[in-house]
Design a protein around this ligand. Structure first.
Ligand code: ATP
Ligand code: MG
Length: 484
């Protein structure tokens, strides 16, 4: 279960960590700030880095905002930065690298979006206040001038940080009409920061959920990925479901909230799914790279085939035959619609399709070839399949859970053992039977087998020797050996 992200937060600590971060960044930022000042332009650190520094987190992306037009920014960067590139000149953003740091510098904006279009209508603004007023949330609408460190927080972002809440600088309705993607961002930041979303913001999300339809699938997907990979995905997902945004971006998820049958025989699949996701996150330490979107999304999608395959039997019990196959199909379809890469789509769908396979294992009745097929079918997803299958056990019956865990331990041990044995079995000596016969000038017979075993032992003890060396050793062995 996730613990609250922010332990005690107080202004003094926040000020201290902000100062410490700015000191750490001074070698890269202060010189640049002076260059802008000499040219008569303002430069401010803004948004994410200011928020994160106040939360006592290490800043990695450097987002800055400036009065300078993009051409001016570019000119001021040339001769200072190690590399300069165009992130989106039309949107006013120039990127650069200085040492190990990457910076994005954006001209003040006063954009307004055409409600019917997918792209923001960008107008450059002339004030920091105007720029901050158009940012998504108050905690992202704070700035610090560089190099003199004047702190600007016109919308009470610090208070919202202390209260751990997401509010919009203006009315949420205006903000979401300008850019409906901000509704997704509210859920994403809730999941990343562990914050609550202010009630008026939630209400606007619910009222305006339909508007997300004008946003491109790619932008929606990017926010969804960040949400799923955040420390508290349950918070963000719950918000998407409650405001019905999920009906538009990931309808398979709210569809899991099946009404219970009159006998209460089956668990609420939606609740189960969120728990499986959290349990999968707890097992992510088994992977090299964390957070792992593929295993998390597979956990989220593993049962999406259930609503469609649910059948009630005459005795009142319920079945979900083939929900693994149906679920994999639905997953593939959703991920295509969200423009995920083919690799990610295949990885997640394969896991959904395989998530039930282990339940045929019983108490360990699989033959070696069934175990091999499991490994082969999982392919590169094997470690993730281990995580998903283990996470997919939410029974409150401790003994049952313990039994399943032990059985899965056994399966993993068998897989390891087989892998080891098979590597041995697949191992060959450096010379084959024909080469042995040619080298020793003998015909087929018992001696060839003996020579083969000698070479195989040599191979196991000393690793590959190459044909020449193996031939030399074979001849030495042959002449030294006492014929039986
Ligand atoms: P991270 O980089 O960790 O994802 P961030 O807060 O830096 O978090 P970005 O998406 O990089 O978020 O955006 C940088 C800043 O730009 C945000 O802090 C916010 O102030 C502003 N911003 C980004 N997207 C929007 C948007 N759609 N509407 C309004 N403001 C936005
Ligand atoms: Mg950023």
């Amino acid at each position: 279960m996730p613990e609250p992200v922010q332990p005690a937060w107080n202004l003094r600590d926040a000020q201290q960590s902000l100062t410490a971060e700015l000191d750490r960044l001074a070698p890269v930022l202060d010189g640049l700030g002076s260059r802008f000042a000499e040219a008569g332009e303002d430069l401010h650190l803004v948004g994410g880095p200011v928020r994160d520094a106040l939360l006592g987190r290490r800043v990695s992306d450097l987002d800055l905002t400036t009065s300078a037009a993009p051409e001016t920014t570019e000119r001021l960067l040339l001769g200072w930065a190690d590399a300069v590139w165009d992130v989106g000149r039309d949107y006013g953003t120039i990127g650069c690298r200085k040492g190990e740091w990457q910076l994005e510098i954006t001209t003040y904006r006063s954009e307004s979006y055409d409600p019917a279009s997918r792209k923001p209508d960008v107008a450059f603004g002339d004030s920091l206040a105007g720029d901050l007023g158009r940012r998504d949330f108050t905690v992202n609408a704070m700035a610090i001038s560089i190099p003199d460190r004047t702190f600007e927080d016109p919308h009470g972002g610090v208070v919202d940080l202390a209260q751990q809440q997401l509010r919009t600088p203006g009315t949420p309705e205006d903000s979401f009409s300008d850019d409906p993607l901000r509704m997704m961002r509210a859920a994403r930041f809730a999941a990343q920061l562990g914050f609550t979303v202010a009630p008026d913001v939630v209400a606007a999300m619910a009222a305006m959920a339909d508007r997300i339809g004008i946003i491109s699938a790619e932008r929606v997907r990017e926010e969804l990925v960040k949400l799923v990979c955040a420390p508290h995905p349950r918070l963000g997902l719950t918000l998407l479901v409650e405001t019905r945004l999920a009906d538009r971006v990931l309808p398979e998820l709210p569809a899991l909230a099946l009404e219970r049958d009159e006998h209460h025989r089956h668990k609420d699949v939606y609740e189960h799914t969120l728990t499986v996701l959290e349990q999968a996150i707890d097992l992510e330490h088994r992977l090299d790279e964390r957070p792992d979107f593929v295993v998390r999304f597979a956990a989220l999608m593993h049962d999406v085939g259930k609503p469609r395959t649910r059948r009630f039997l005459p005795d009142g019990s319920v079945t979900f035959h083939h929900h693994d196959v149906v679920g994999a199909k639905l997953t593939r379809k959703r991920m295509r619609a969200l423009r995920f890469s083919g690799d990610q789509t295949e990885a997640v769908s394969a896991l959904v399709e395989l998530h039930l396979r282990f339940h045929g294992y019983g108490e360990g009745e699989w033959t070696d070839s069934a175990v091999r097929r499991y490994v082969r079918d999982a392919g590169e997803q094997l470690e993730r399949l281990h995580i998903l299958t283990r996470a997919d056990c939410t029974t409150r019956n401790r003994r049952k859970a313990e039994r399943l865990r032990r059985t899965y331990d056994e399966l993993e041990e068998r897989i390891a053992r087989l892998a080891e044995e098979e590597e041995l079995a697949a191992m060959r000596p450096d010379l084959d039977g024909n080469q042995i016969m040619a080298l020793l000038g003998i015909g087929p017979g018992r001696e060839v087998g003996e020579a083969y075993r000698f070479l195989l032992d040599l191979r196991i003890d000393e690793g590959p020797l190459g044909e020449e060396e193996a031939g030399r050793r074979l001849r030495a062995w042959w002449s030294a050996r006492t014929p039986l």
